[in-house]
Design a protein around this ligand. Structure first.
Ligand SMILES: NC(=O)c1ccc[n+]([C@@H]2O[C@H](COP(=O)([O-])OP(=O)(O)OC[C@H]3O[C@@H](n4cnc5c(N)ncnc54)[C@H](O)[C@@H]3O)[C@@H](O)[C@H]2O)c1
Length: 255
């Protein structure tokens, strides 16, 4: 149910963090990879690690907010493999600031990468999925789509708004593309160590103490602990599950 032998998985933001970990989990499950991000050298390193696991991997230097780059990469990948079965919309940014201090540029950055990026990559991948009458789309939202941080130090209103928008987009896509045998689901990670968090949230005793004390499991997520949910939504184990949002946060959102 969970194996992905012969499937092709497109992963955005695959050069680091949760995207890189997911790409390697897909490779271990047997999927060939299409890796997209802005840092080509880092992407090529991930592709090398994946190939050592016995799968094929192609890389494209793409800014997910740039429609021409996205279109070109997805069309080339579809030609290379002949089919695209899984899309993990993972690329994201966490820009700090509240409405009283955020610049329009920073607001736009959150919405551009976190929302428009998912729209653009999905726009070209879903066309391939509709043709083949099969597809699994997984959108990485955040626990911050449904809860916010009270502390001024971790205020991120553009992030909150953009991640909540991912949930609406997930439902819209799920409702429209179910008839093509395409499922679309979203995941809300709690706190995980990555480039996004290692020098910010993980460096703050104030934040870690607050997070752990509010968290039923008393700790952040460990590397790899998101992959089970990603593989579930990316495989036939979730063949009749669409439009759903699963939070992977040690239960923090329920207390
Ligand atoms: N780490 C956490 O605690 C956490 C919690 C909740 C949600 N998330 C979400 O998980 C996803 C992955 O984040 P991460 O924690 O691994 O951080 P990360 O910074 O390591 O990874 C983000 C990836 O997105 C890429 N990216 C950013 N802007 C891009 C653009 N314009 N075009 C192409 N690629 C771009 C980055 O290069 C990087 O590869 C993000 O959507 C983030 O919001 C992370």
């Amino acid at each position: 149910m969970f194996e992905l032998n012969g499937k092709v998985a497109v992963v955005t933001g695959a050069s680091s963090g949760l995207g890189k970990d997911a790409a390697l989990a897909y490779a271990k499950a047997g999927a060939n990879l299409v890796l997209l991000a802005r840092r080509k050298e880092k992407l090529d390193e991930v592709a090398k690690e994946a190939k050592a696991l016995g799968v094929d991997a192609v890389t494209y230097q793409v800014d997910v907010t740039n429609e021409d780059m996205v279109k070109e990469a997805i069309e080339q990948a579809a030609k290379h493999y002949g089919h695209l079965d899984i899309l993990l919309n993972n690329a994201g940014v966490a820009v700090r600031g509240g409405v009283d201090s955020l610049s329009v540029e920073d607001w736009d950055k959150s919405m551009d990468v976190n929302v428009k990026g998912i729209f653009l990559v999905s726009k070209y991948v879903v066309k391939e999925m509709m043709k083949q009458q099969y597809g699994k789309i997984v959108n990485i939202a955040s626990i911050n789509a449904v809860i916010a941080d009270k502390s001024d130090t971790f205020i991120r209103h553009g992030y909150n708004a953009s991640k909540a928008a991912v949930l609406g987009l997930t439902k819209g896509m799920a409702a429209s593309y179910g008839k093509y045998n395409i499922t679309v689901n979203a995941i809300g990670p709690g706190l995980f160590e990555s480039e996004m968090t290692e020098n910010t949230l993980f460096k703050s005793d104030e934040f870690l103490t607050m997070y752990n004390s509010l968290n039923p499991m008393n700790r952040p997520g460990k590397r790899g602990e998101l992959n089970g949910t990603i593989l579930y939504f990316s495989s036939d184990a979730s063949s009749y599950v669409t439009g759903q949002f699963v939070i992977v946060d040690g239960g923090m959102n329920i207390v």
